[in-house]
Design a protein around this ligand. Structure first.
Ligand code: SAM
Length: 429
């Protein structure tokens, strides 16, 4: 499998947009066999952004069973090389975490920060008692203290005495085993009741289940219990429970039933703290958050009727249904009437259009009749004129005959010299 050094070089190349170099590194390394190489090469396909390539490389490494820290590194680069980090830029926990160069290591899954913010903001700046199980070098205690403010009373529990020294003044660190109910009860008695408990201890099944079973009932009303790194429920190395006993997440699923006990339990009273005091259960990737708030059994109610106590639910429901049906019918009728009215007014306007068109056609018919009459008259005039022309033509014809006759007569010929002399005298040719 890839060494940490080779993966670092590949990721660096990806992050600065040198995809070709990243592919060369995969192609030339002798740390993987051909099958793994093919898988990694496919993951680094051309055209991916740096963030996408780092993500697909992480997916590929996960699919070939690479160690978790290698996969983790890919997803880290995918997160920071893209835009995702911006969503955390105003998160106070993340600000503290990234600025932390104190020498007190803080090791967190980055998606926890919005979860802390969502569930701890109501305690910020207020007097509250906080217990962190698992102190290590007190980085977590410092972060909580910084976020919650000076009125927070912070207590840590760790099995390792070094944690006490590391925490220094200002923090109470009790040394003991979180899987020991008696020890936990003593801590709660001495420093509690706690408003906030964060379990970031050993993360084994027995530790997580024993701690929550012991401490949730002792949590202050209105308090919040957070268990981190619950993915250990899927990791065999954390399975220290007795055979047949649940993992922490299996145990948590049972609390979903407790939240709904009223709706199926036949017992006279709801008795366990999970049934009476668990007000909310929030399950995130690797984090479980439980809200504590004592509550009475739930009941439902109908408002908006004139009845108050002991009303006949069925009758009220029937009445409500009846009224709703009537209202629906009225609404439907109104809708139909509106449609009919719209249709009628549409038809009316269409009829008016047809009427206007008919008037136009009538006018056109009148115009046509007048023109036809005029055409008849013109035709008659034309015929008359044609007759007159014909008459004139025949008269002319007659006159030409007379003229011809006259011109061929003897007297005309005898008088020709006279007419010529007359023309000459008048200066005509
Ligand atoms: C993940 S570290 C805690 C980190 C710390 N919360 C932080 O944010 O910096 C886990 C701590 O749990 C402690 N631990 C392990 N098993 C324990 C147990 N059975 N009871 C109490 N503490 C335990 C370890 O000694 C270690 O210091």
């Amino acid at each position: 499998m890839l060494s940490r050094e080779t993966l670092t070089s590949i990721l660096l190349a990806i992050a600065i947009g040198e995809g070709e170099r990243a592919r060369d590194l995969v192609a030339t390394t002798d740390e993987v066999d051909d099958e793994v190489r093919r898988t990694l090469e496919e993951a680094l396909a051309d055209g991916l952004t740096g963030s996408e390539a780092a993500g697909t490389l992480g997916d590929a490494l996960r699919s070939v069973g690479a160690e978790r820290h290698l996969v983790n590194e890919c997803y880290r680069v995918a997160f920071y090389a893209g835009e995702s980090w911006a969503s955390l830029s105003d998160n106070p926990f993340y600000a503290f975490f990234t600025a932390n160069k104190s020498g007190r290591p803080l090791d967190k899954w980055v998606h926890y920060f919005p979860i802390y913010q969502r569930h701890l903001s109501r305690f910020r700046g207020r007097p509250c008692h906080v217990l962190e199980i698992g102190v290590y070098r007190a980085g977590g205690l410092k972060m909580l203290s910084h976020y919650l403010g000076p009125q927070a009373y912070l207590v840590g529990v760790d099995i390792d005495e070094a944690a006490q020294t590391a925490a220094g003044p200002g923090y109470f660190v009790e040394i003991g085993d979180q899987a020991d109910p008696q020890f936990l009860r003593g801590v709660a008695e001495k420093h509690g009741p706690f408003d906030v408990i964060v379990d970031d201890g050993g993360h084994t099944m027995r530790q997580q289940v024993t701690s929550v079973q012991t401490l949730f009932p002792l949590l202050a009303d209105g308090g919040t219990y957070i268990v981190e790194d619950c993915h250990t429920s899927y990791w065999p190395e954390y399975a220290d429970q007795e055979p047949g006993e649940p993992t922490f997440l299996e145990w948590t699923k049972g609390r979903v039933d407790d939240l709904h006990a009223y709706h199926f339990s036949k017992s006279q009273a709801l008795v366990t703290p999970w049934q009476t005091d668990l007000a909310g259960l929030h399950i995130y990737d690797s984090v479980v958050v439980m809200d504590k708030e004592h509550h009475a059994p739930p009941f439902s109610e109908i408002s908006g009727t004139h009845e108050y106590i002991n009303y006949d639910r069925l009758a009220v429901a029937a009445e409500v249904e009846f009224v709703a049906t009537r209202d629906r019918a009225l609404l439907h009728a109104a809708q139909i009437e509106a449609i009919v009215q719209a249709r009628a007014s549409d038809l009316e306007s269409r009829a008016a259009e047809v009427e206007a068109r008919a008037v136009e056609l009538e006018d056109a018919a009148d115009d046509f009749a007048a023109l036809a009459y005029q055409a008849d008259r013109l035709e008659l005039e034309l015929l008359r004129e044609r007759d007159e022309l014909e008459q004139t033509r025949s008269d002319l014809h007659g006159s030409w005959g007379i003229i011809r006759e006259m011109r061929t007569s003897k007297s005309w010929r005898l008088t020709a010299p006279l007419r010529r002399a007359k023309w000459i005298l008048r200066g005509r040719p």
